[in-house]
Design a protein around this ligand. Structure first.
Ligand code: BTN
Length: 237
């Protein structure tokens, strides 16, 4: 895979910029920015994006909607693998692609499909809390950064390149191989969870994934349901 890297000092969101670009065969255009004024996460929530963090969005050739879940998992998998290898840190995945260190979120990814007249692409946006020393009070309980955990500064560009290489390699693998490897790093299966999905709270035990990567949850009444997307919490009252 060839990469074309575009760096900005400040943008609203690297994914907003990336969505203007057409996906191409054998070329990933990567939009990175030192900070974002309107970085967003899942469900249009804001993504804390001060200077120091790593924010980038990859424009890839459009993939079928069937693949969206797999891309989502692959983005988290590539990130967690690089963080573990490069920094020897015990990072884990919370389904679908939150990367946690000691239970606090250090990275998240958002996959969006662009289907328009001119632009057709899939955009994978990844945010990593690298050199962030302080979080606002609203995030301090749930978020952390590599700087806080490792007590050192991170080379954002070096990390970006390694994640791109790892993700490209991951996406060359078969679906079953990606899911198999994902299982080595995830900590959701087997847990009692609460999921906020489609505006509803669902309680149960995460029992498995299906071959798409959707989460299978056993409810209190023993019925099983498949969850395509949602926010999971482990420690709830
Ligand atoms: C999430 O966990 O909710 C996903 C967070 C995704 C954040 C990244 S930062 C780079 C890219 N630009 C955005 O506006 N969002 C993604």
């Amino acid at each position: 895979m060839e990469f074309k890297l575009v760096f900005h000092k400040k943008v609203l969101s690297t994914s907003i910029e990336a969505k203007k670009i057409k996906g191409e065969e054998n070329l990933w255009t990567v939009i990175a920015s030192e900070s974002q004024e309107a970085g967003h996460g899942k469900k249009k929530r804001g993504w804390f994006s001060p200077a120091g963090g790593l924010y980038f969005s990859i424009v890839i050739n459009p993939r079928s909607l069937e693949d969206s879940q797999l891309l989502t998992l692959a983005a988290g998998l590539a990130t967690v693998k690089v963080l573990r290898k490069k920094f020897e840190v015990r990072a884990c995945l919370k389904w679908p692609n939150d990367v946690l260190i000691k239970g606090k979120k250090v990275s998240g990814a958002l996959v969006e499909n662009v289907v328009g007249d001119k632009v057709k692409s899939t955009v994978i946006g990844i945010g990593i809390n690298t050199n962030i020393a302080e979080f606002p009070a609203s995030l301090v309980e749930t978020a952390t950064s590599l700087e806080r955990e490792l007590k050192k500064k991170i080379d954002n560009q070096g990390l970006l390149k390694e994640i791109l290489e790892e993700l490209a390699k991951t996406l060359e693998s078969e679906r079953s191989a990606i899911l198999k490897e994902y299982r080595l790093y995830e900590e959701t299966i087997g847990r009692e969870i609460k999921i906020l999905t489609k505006g509803k709270e669902v309680f149960g035990q995460a029992v498995d994934f299906d071959q798409r990567g959707d989460l299978i949850v056993k409810l209190k009444n023993n019925k099983t349901v498949k969850i395509l997307e949602g926010d999971i919490s482990y420690n709830f009252k």
